[in-house]
Design a protein around this ligand. Structure first.
Ligand SMILES: O=C(O)CCC(=O)CC(=O)O
Length: 264
């Protein structure tokens, strides 16, 4: 793993997998860091050079003061790829990471070979939802809303206090920097990519956990419907984070799609 100051912010990142493989970049969701991709990256790393990073305010990346704009996150990722000398990549993004991926594809169409949009949409939530959440975490901390978030993230069977992974990912959420969390909520509140995403012309897979309580299947399907030729898949037995609950199925779908898209 490494740190780099790009676009005025220090980003924590890691490059792993097949050194001479085509590049696959992963962008993570609100309140998580790049470890959510570990199992998926392990499988796909046989074929791909994998780039994982923590967006600003998350994981070990620098938490600049809130609020953020989606375009800040998009420029951060573009600058990180430039720093790494990567000219073209497949981009996989989960939830707000999926909005970042859509934004990057719109901004740099020649640099994105294919998009995998996991549990995300062209627009997520509304002003009231995000303003209420910003208010709650700035006044009372992420812990105060963690129970509700975890119900949207994971299926009931996974949410077992005896499940060590569940306890670990709960800690990942509640230890997220408040500026990072609230700042990214503001980015989500203000992002509506309907028009730029409708104009995308590249291979796209939209995939969603069947029990996703944050970005449910119908919402993700509405984004797939916007994009000409986009594929849509549901992963049963997973909530908002299929990369954690169903990593093998997630890797299989991503690998199969990239193969069909010719990015391998
Ligand atoms: O996960 C994201 O990046 C945003 C969607 C969301 O609200 C997740 C949650 O339910 O907390």
């Amino acid at each position: 793993m490494a740190f780099a100051r790009v676009n005025g912010v220090v980003l924590h990142h890691d490059v792993r997998g097949r050194p001479d493989g085509p590049v696959l970049v992963f962008s993570n969701s609100l309140g998580t860091d790049f470890r959510i991709w570990d199992k998926v990256a392990e499988t796909l790393g046989d074929d791909y050079r994998i780039v994982l990073y923590d967006k600003r305010g998350h994981g070990l990346s620098e938490a600049t003061p809130a609020p953020y704009r989606l375009i800040d996150h998009v420029h951060d990722l573009a600058a990180l790829l430039d720093h790494l000398g990567i000219e073209k990549a497949g981009v996989v993004g989960l939830s707000v990471g999926g909005l970042i991926a859509q934004g990057l594809a719109a901004m740099r169409p020649d640099h994105v070979a294919a998009l995998v949009l996991c549990d995300t949409a062209h627009k997520i939530g509304n002003d009231e939802l995000w303003n209420t959440r910003i208010d709650a975490v700035t006044k009372n901390g992420i812990e105060s809303i963690a129970g509700a978030i975890l119900e949207r993230w994971f299926t009931v069977g996974y949410r077992d206090p005896e499940n060590a992974d569940y306890v670990g990912y709960t800690a990942m959420l509640t230890r997220t920097n408040v500026d990072g969390y609230a700042g990214t909520c503001a980015a989500l509140r203000d992002a509506d990519l309907t028009e730029s995403t409708r104009a995308l012309k590249l291979p796209v897979l939209c995939v969603v956990g069947g029990q996703d309580g944050s970005t449910p299947p119908d919402l993700v399907r509405s984004t797939a419907d916007l994009i000409e030729g986009a594929r849509f898949e549901i992963i049963e037995g997973a909530g908002h984070l299929p990369c954690i609950e169903r990593p093998d199925e997630t890797a299989r779908l991503i690998g199969g799609f990239l193969n069909d898209a010719g990015w391998r």
